[in-house]
Design a protein around this ligand. Structure first.
Ligand code: GLP
Length: 237
């Protein structure tokens, strides 16, 4: 795994934005996998500033809450606000899981088919939860291979409370997420982690063991993963 450490979060965010922009330059019809979360806000801000051409790109978002109506609290709305309203991605080329779908299993299968029909993900950008989750693949006894319905841990619900008026109890208990196999199928992966709160997860990821209790540890199996950190997140390495 390729590890790059920057002095601060701004440097790490710029580096990830540049990697995305370069991917689009080299391959304008790229299929991107994209995350949400506070860390990604600075990445998208810088990406908007760099202004790469999204006109031939396609994107797939990693995950979405279950049962939240399509208004501004969902990850879909997050992406519109921070990226899609500001770049030239044609409508219909940004793909999302529909957490409001009546048949959630069918929705997960549809999403997997859509990724396959697009030719797979060229570059998947990931954040990481303080508990080592990626997407909404939470620590547990076993992980799901493909896109699935996930139960969220209390810590993840607390971490996402900001999107729900600061109230962890308002955060849905379930979400839909790409699975570990969906993630590892991406041709290239970039994971960004900034801040002290991520240092433990980053360290656990590198314990040398691969374990479902640290979902990010599975990235050690991937041939083309770059880890972009700031000093604070790299402290435990
Ligand atoms: C959520 C998302 C993850 C993201 C994580 C980290 O749980 N499902 O994809 O990586 O948040 O978020 P933050 O960057 O806000 O710490």
């Amino acid at each position: 795994m390729n590890v790059r450490i920057f002095d601060d979060a701004a440097g790490a965010s710029r580096a990830v934005a540049r990697l995305i922009a370069r991917q689009l330059e080299l391959q304008p019809a790229s299929v991107l996998g994209l995350p949400t979360g506070r860390t990604s806000v600075a990445v998208y801000k810088e990406l908007v500033r760099l202004g790469p051409d999204f006109s031939r790109a396609r994107t797939f978002n990693l995950d979405e809450f279950v049962g939240v109506p399509a208004h501004r609290r969902t990850f879909h709305a997050f992406m519109d606000r921070h990226l899609f309203c500001r770049v030239n991605l044609p409508s219909g080329r940004g793909h999302f899981l529909d957490g409001g779908a009546e048949d959630l299993e069918a929705e997960c299968a549809r999403f997997e088919r859509a990724i396959a029909a697009a030719g797979g993900i060229d570059l998947l950008v990931l954040g990481i939860g303080a508990n080592g989750h990626i997407g909404f693949n939470e620590p547990g006894k076993a992980l799901f291979a493909r896109t699935h319905r996930a139960r969220l841990t209390a810590s993840t619900r607390r971490a996402n409370a900001g999107l729900f008026a600061g109230q962890p109890s308002n955060v849905p208990r379930e979400a839909l997420s790409m699975g570990m196999g969906t993630i590892l199928d991406a041709r290239a992966i970039v994971l960004i982690a900034t801040g002290r709160s991520k240092a433990r997860a980053i360290r656990a990821m590198f314990s040398g063991r691969i374990t479902p209790s640290v979902p990010a540890s599975f990235l050690q199996l991937h041939q083309n993963t770059t880890l972009v950190l700031d000093r604070a997140a790299s402290q435990g390495l």
